[in-house]
Design a protein. Sequence first.
Length: 417
Amino acid sequence: MSAPKFTTLGCRLNAYETEAMKRLADEAGVGNAVVVNTCAVTAEAVRKARQEIRRLRRENPDARVIVTGCAAQIDPGSFAAMDEVDAVIGNTEKMAPDTWKGLSAGFIGDTERVQVNDIMSVTETAGHLIDGFGTRSRAYVQVQNGCDHRCTFCIIPYGRGNSRSVPAGVVVDQVKRLVQSGFNEVVLTGVDLTSWGADLPGTPRLGDLVMRLLRLTDVPRLRISSIDSIEADDNLMMAIATEPRLMPHLHLSLQHGDNLILKRMKRRHLRDDAIAFVQEARKLRPEITFGADIIAGFPTETEAHFENSLRLVEDCDLTWLHVFPYSARPGTPAAKIPARVDGRAIKDRAARLRAAGDAAVARHLVAQQGRTHRILMESPDMGRTEQFSEVNFAVPQTEGSIVTATITGRDGQRLTA
């Protein structure tokens, strides 16, 4: 019996959950299956999921095709209707041992073929089946799932449910085990990371978790994935200012640079809030760098609105951009806004944002030349600085080690050392 094959689309949280599913499938004895863990963040992501399912069916004609993830959770019927699909399981069900035991036993009728329950009824995170996943150098740890906010463009809460937090003690124990296993960097991940703790006794904040991890573990490098800057708490800012083991790089969920569009997106911050946050963080930690998610072409966006997003790259001194051309997601309020932006304009604006991001990266890399950095080696010839810049090494280094080196130049969008 061949082991099941897994394909992951989308975010780091999906990748984390795929690793957990591999263990569940192995323990249940699931064989001769292909599992697709889908993403639903954009209409393009859903299209790619369907494309991937069809490709995998062609390449594995005798295997059972099992579809899960956010796209399957949001629209299970459409995936069940695909001739290529044998079973559809939801985001809660995919983390349950009994689901995989049932899949191992086979399928009985149409009822068991689709196992997707109401994600909004879920109030706890799944049991932590693995400590983390990643390369030999870096491990990712899920500390939060779901989202309580309802941004008008976003379908993800309907795939992930409401916000749930992993208790701090569980996270501390996980990180301790990862450090003992030799990981030199741990990344905290979640859907809405800065909402961590709101559902826990005493309503702790993300900064409390960060300070606790740095106090109670020997993790050499702690990194935070994407955060909502308006929800950054006092302890998180204190950690940025005083804890050298907290990496000086934050990826911000900004989405736009114009106040009217931010309001129509139902975001909780204004343009000046974003600028004030990065200025304060940089005052506390001068070497800090920022990435950001920005959407181009949200309905009603004019050229003037877009220019405010473009200027935000410079006003916030953003370095690493994730640019998303807007695509309507059925079931979201934004999809009902009639004033759509022309597709060619969306493509052009996204390209201009990416060009601004490329120019920002180039400026950052030039400024690093001659400086000394502590670099975590992801492979024998490539590592990352604390600010997340990639560095190529002429002489091989030990994978997973932290190397102190002087930057000698740049090669494209990487530094050299």
